[in-house]
Design a protein around this ligand. Structure first.
Ligand code: SAM
Ligand code: SF4
Length: 348
């Protein structure tokens, strides 16, 4: 594979402008694509153990997903994040990245990246780097292998560690995503921060979101990051910085380590005002907001014709309905999940 040098957005750059402008004047330049709803783990906050997956016939081929991504790029999307489910369990995924890298070469796309649980990273890292992947988000909620097994139900901690090593050896910058879970890993946040920064990785904390039916009570897992931040600030000097990755996180510099701490806080600090993102599922459903039900079917226009005209019209019409924001509420009174679909379907 040829090695591609992508144009990486400089920290602090203004958000790139696309021709996809929503009713609130926000420019949609970031697309997240879930290439599969399947996964080799069953994280307790994400999936039920006996998940029902989508029938294979409903799932777009990688060629169709490529066409879909390319249509968004032609409309001005500059950042593409591949996610899932676990994107690296999808057969043929390396070829998909390699094919999409043509948009990095042309300069139309600024960044091609992925979110992964890291389990398959050891065998894919070198080829992902060759396809122009310069950064990867690896989800990891604990440094304790036994606890890791409990949180992920099926995961193998040492396999993820090998994946992290392989990514960094291949020159890919790693960011660790940690979902903060009360009574589960809230005692480990400082240790995770020291560990991640010690190996040159940023750490981002995420508030748990009410997505999908899981067999546990969501409210008991929820830890507001205001609480985590104030506990961390007793031990570390945290300075807000203007680092931007095009995503929803706000960043703090940890003076003691020199590393960055990201906070994704859908509950305690709403980030919808600056939202530049939309999501497509592996069946070609476009969600204009992670936290709302409204969607547009892109599979039918994609399959209706070899021309992209209808597909582009459908995308434009959907963007013109992008809602102002989500209304997540985690409340002990709200027993069913607020949204029926799991994060693994929409893509985190
Ligand atoms: N399997 C990959 C992984 O775990 O990184 C990619 C998909 S996963 C759905 C993407 C991210 O969503 C992960 O960082 C995961 O921890 C997070 N996530 C899943 N369910 C969540 C929830 N209910 N609330 C907050 N984050 C969640
Ligand atoms: Fe799989 Fe990622 Fe969901 Fe965990 S968070 S079950 S690794 S999709």
């Amino acid at each position: 594979m040829s090695v591609i040098t992508p144009i990486v957005e400089a920290p602090g750059d203004a958000a790139p402008v696309s021709s996809l402008i929503d009713p609130f004047g926000r420019s949609v330049s970031y697309l997240r694509v879930s290439v599969t709803d399947r996964c080799d783990m069953r994280c307790v906050y994400c999936m039920a153990e006996d998940m029902q997956f989508l029938p294979k016939r409903d799932i777009l081929s990688l060629e169709e997903l490529d066409r879909l991504c390319s249509a968004f790029i032609s409309r001005g999307v500059k950042k593409l994040r591949i996610t899932g489910g676990e994107p690296l369990v999808r057969r043929g995924i390396e070829g998909f990245f390699q094919s999409l890298s043509r948009h990095l070469e042309s300069g139309a796309l600024h960044e091609l990246t992925l979110t992964t649980n890291g389990s398959q990273l050891a065998r894919h890292a070198a080829n992902l780097a060759a396809a122009g992947v310069r950064r990867v988000n690896v989800s990891l909620d604990t440094l304790d292998p036994a606890k890791f097994r409990i949180i992920t139900r099926w995961g193998d901690f040492s396999q993820v560690m090998r994946g992290l090593d392989a990514a960094q050896d291949a020159g890919i910058a790693v960011k660790i995503n940690m979902v903060a879970l009360r009574g589960v890993n809230d005692d480990e946040i400082a240790d995770m921060l020291l560990w991640a920064h010690g190996r040159g990785a940023d750490l981002t904390l995420i508030e748990v979101m009410p997505l999908g039916d899981i067999d546990q009570e969501r409210a008991s897992q929820y830890l507001p990051l205001t609480e985590a931040e104030s506990r961390l600030s007793e031990r570390f000097a945290l300075r807000p910085i203007d680092h931007r990755t095009g995503g929803p996180a706000r960043y703090l510099r940890v003076e003691e380590t020199g590393g960055r701490l990201g906070l994704i806080t859908p509950h305690t600090h709403n980030f919808c005002e600056a939202c530049n993102r939309v999501r497509v599922t592996c069946t070609g459903t476009l969600y204009m907001c992670l936290g709302q039900e409204d969607s547009a079917d892109l599979r039918a226009p994609l399959r209706a014709s070899d021309s992209d005209e209808l597909l582009l019209q459908t995308i434009d019409a959907a963007i013109s309905r992008k809602p102002k924001g989500h209304d997540f509420i985690i409340d002990r009174q709200v027993v069913p999940p607020q949204l029926g679909r799991h994060m693994s379907v929409t893509g985190g």
